[in-house]
Design a protein around this ligand. Sequence first.
Ligand code: ZN
Length: 451
Amino acid sequence: MMTNAAEMDAYLSEPRDLFRGRALCVVKPKDAGEVARVLALCNERGAAIVPQGGNTGLVGGQTPDMGGRQIVLSLQRLDRVREVDPDSDAMTLEAGVTLARAQEVAQSADRYFPLSLASEGSCTIGGNLATNAGGVHVLAYGAARDLALGVEVALADGRILSTLGKLRKDNTGYNLTQLFVGSEGTLGVITAATLKLFPRPRSRAVVFLGLDDPGKALTLLNFMKDHAGPALQAFELVPRIGLEMVLRHMPATRDPLSAPHPWYALIETAGFAEGEAERVATHSFAQAMEAGLTRDATIAHSLEQAQSLWRLRENLSEAQKREGGSIKHDISVPIDRIPAFIAEAGERIAAGFPGARPVPFGHMGDGNLHYNVSQPIGADKAAYLARWDEMSEIVHGLVHEYGGSISAEHGIGRLKRQLLARTKDPAALDVMRALKKTLDPRGVLNPGKLL
Ligand code: ZN
């Protein structure tokens, strides 16, 4: 247990420094039993618990409030691999295992664990599940939700509930695993999970294509689904303005195409035979070129080249940060509406925020855009960021009109709590509140988050 302010500091703020809190103490139990005992004790005393994994969340779900009475419960010491079973394509890991290590554990059993996101070196399996993390391979494998076979959860009253198990078929009533996945620590604390494993691809290829507009990107996405089928692993959209920011601010980056294009797609394919991914990718993009979907493209011929193409996409957030103030949105709309959404959002922002620069990028294959808007060139950063809510009002209003979601993969946390209350179906909200009341009657589990 830590109570010293300096020691606790790393647990009280988050990477973007949007949220900062104070805490009574930080506790680091070593196993599920200890987590359950901490919960029982806190429940008895009415002390609020803030569960925390790798502390990489982007919506403030893992940060205590400023009151200084909440207890941060770090799951980092629960880092054991309980079982890896390649025959059942399942592994059971404790909550504090990092995502990168989970990928390595799978690989060492000659299997593949597909969840992949920017913070994978430090984010943890427990946090990934509690927030239903997405990332770049949702198109092919689904989000964290789709990868969970079972969870072990410490309940507020100190009991441990387990749905751990390797069964693919278990049709015995309510899906309690999915109740806790995405609950952001408000219904219980995930202490372990059984996760799905997949065959390990033997080859990967990455293609970077120049495009005229998002409409072409949509046609290309459908084209790739037809031509590559399940080999299509990722389909990411990048606007020219975003690429320019990356080239301007990030070292060791270069424009992979000889002439500029208004938009780009980064496509990854995988194959189960040597060279298969590259064959599929080369064939598809040759045909895409013939069909007039793209005028220029480059394919990575080595792991190094593939990584440097991926870096152009992965560095977008950081480059935008270096460019100045950026107002961020993690939204999804039905995939077919992405081109119209980008066009209309751009118009509305131009009207309300002259000079502001939208940089919509991200997981087009999932209908998920990181709709981030950079400040006008030369504008005052603080004055621009002070209008965050006004900007979000425009973007989220349009998301609603398009039948989309105000949080595609980052969750609700503190950041979008009020927005959720305004936008979610009222009956669904009622059921969520009833579940919360049943599982956490004293309101000690991550209060002030999600609901
Ligand atoms: Zn993302």
